[in-house]
Design a protein around this ligand. Structure first.
Ligand code: MG
Ligand code: ZN
Length: 217
């Protein structure tokens, strides 16, 4: 045996878990909750955050970490509403990792916050595999996507602490029964809260604020 030191490279998920743990510790210390919104492109994640900002008005104490592959478009939408927001660009990756989230988090004015939303990169698959140190993952599924999605992409719905069923105002124009969405969600994650919301009409936003946003603050 030589006395050379052998370099050890940890697997990606191992390193990710360490950053996520650091983030969780920091959030606990600061008394902040972090929610990780995950859903397809166009499922209504940013619209939900815009409405959340409007409904909470001046009393809000939340910031948003916006994940995207390219562009700062979503961050600009929230910045217009005076929400503290940082853009996290993955440079091609289809999910956020804990290290990037941690570095963005520590640059926020944490003493002024009690809640941080992470809007993950639009994607139903791998963001669900990456712990970014959040307190809960929130799945966002619009009713235009098809009621089979919870069965086809079960990990996200299994991991989710709550599911937002968005764009419910479109139901009369579509050949569907919203109860089929709920049935499939509960088939993969029995009992998970499902919130029907429409950012357009405001349906369900009161419950979203009361049960998810204000809970634990
Ligand atoms: Mg968005
Ligand atoms: Zn990915």
């Amino acid at each position: 045996m030589s006395d050379r030191e052998i370099k050890v490279y940890k697997d990606l998920m191992g390193a990710n878990a360490e950053w996520a743990a650091k983030t969780r510790e920091l959030l606990k210390e600061k008394g902040i909750r972090m929610l990780n919104l995950i859903g397809s492109p166009g499922s209504g994640k940013t619209a939900l955050l815009e409405k959340t900002a409007e409904m909470l008005g001046e009393n809000r104490k939340f910031a948003v970490l916006e994940g995207d592959v390219e562009t700062t478009r979503d961050a600009e939408r929230l910045d217009c509403l005076n929400v503290p927001v940082s853009q996290l660009l993955t440079g091609g990756a289809c999910h956020l990792e804990a290290k990037l989230v941690h570095h963005a988090l520590i640059d926020l004015d944490l003493d002024a916050l009690d809640l941080v939303f992470v809007e993950n990169v639009g994607n139903m698959v791998c963001p669900a595999e990456f712990d970014v140190g959040e307190n809960a993952k929130i799945a966002v599924l619009s009713i235009t996507e098809g009621e089979d999605k919870p069965l086809k992409y079960p990990l996200l719905f299994r991991e989710a602490g709550a599911v937002v069923l968005s764009k419910t105002d479109l139901a009369p124009h579509l050949d569907l029964d919203i109860r089929d969405y709920e049935k499939h969600i509960w088939q993969v994650h029995s009992g998970v809260p499902v919130l029907r919301v429409s950012a357009r009409t405001g349906e369900g936003l009161d419950r979203w604020i009361a049960e998810i946003v204000k809970a634990g603050q």
